[in-house]
Design a protein around this ligand. Structure first.
Ligand SMILES: C[S@@+](CC[C@H](N)C(=O)[O-])C[C@H]1O[C@@H](n2cnc3c(N)ncnc32)[C@H](O)[C@@H]1O
Length: 205
């Protein structure tokens, strides 16, 4: 996040309008999460967990660590966990996802929803995920990322100049972010009615 404007946005007005923004894509998010093959006792990391929109789609018998740097997003998330009785299986940590304080090969799954387009250094954040996920582990990326060669430069570049500073980048490329890590993209699904957002299932070797 590494700029005051973005940190302020995620601690002030974004938490207010965010639920309304997320509601229409909920069924697509649920479908994307279904690509993950959960087992009892799995450890799951959710970097940039925000207010916890992914959490209600996860099984009750896994152990979840959410990570975020916004006090307000985490505060709302904690309230929701209590309301939905999920506070036993989920720990919400105030932590910079670019510098995770978890050991290598700790997690069986990672869920990165609308996070790689928001975090300041997506490559650094992904390197941390690749480090803490076990070999054979699955990583779900649910985001509006492009694949190499597909970025619509005419519209996206000027938009990005404004949006990336205060909210979210609209020109990031998944292949650039994951380059050099032992992961492969196994499956892709639509993440909204028009396909701007996609769900990518990655596996670490
Ligand atoms: C667009 S929200 C997505 C929230 C949630 N994953 C979802 O899908 O609804 C992005 C979240 O990433 C968090 N974030 C940004 N940079 C971060 C960082 N370096 N470490 C941890 N969280 C970060 C923001 O505070 C925000 O809550």
């Amino acid at each position: 996040m590494k700029n005051v404007v973005k940190l302020l946005s995620f601690n002030t007005f974004i938490p207010v309008f965010y639920p309304a923004l997320m509601l229409p894509i909920k069924p697509w998010r649920t479908k994307a999460i279904k690509m993950l093959d959960f087992h009892t006792g799995d450890r799951v990391i959710v970097p940039g967990v925000g207010t916890g929109h992914d959490l209600s789609d996860l099984p009750k018998d896994v152990r979840i660590d959410g990570v975020d740097i916004s006090d307000v997003m985490l505060g709302i998330g904690k309230l929701k966990l209590k309301l939905f009785g999920m506070d036993k299986s989920v720990t919400l940590n105030k932590m910079d996802a670019e510098k995770l304080s978890f050991d290598d090969n700790t997690f069986d799954k990672a869920i990165l929803s609308l996070f790689l387009t928001v975090v300041f250094d997506a490559k650094k954040a992904f390197a941390e995920i690749a480090r803490v996920v076990k070999p054979g582990g699955q990583i779900l990326v649910f985001d509006h990322l492009f694949r190499t060669g597909n970025v619509p430069t005419i519209l996206a570049k000027p938009l990005d100049a404004v949006l990336s500073y205060s909210f979210s980048s609209v020109t990031r490329v998944l292949d650039d972010i994951i380059e050099g890590h032992p992961v492969t993209v196994e499956k892709t699904v639509k993440g909204d009615p028009v396909g701007f957002i996609k769900g990518y299932l990655l596996v670490k070797h």
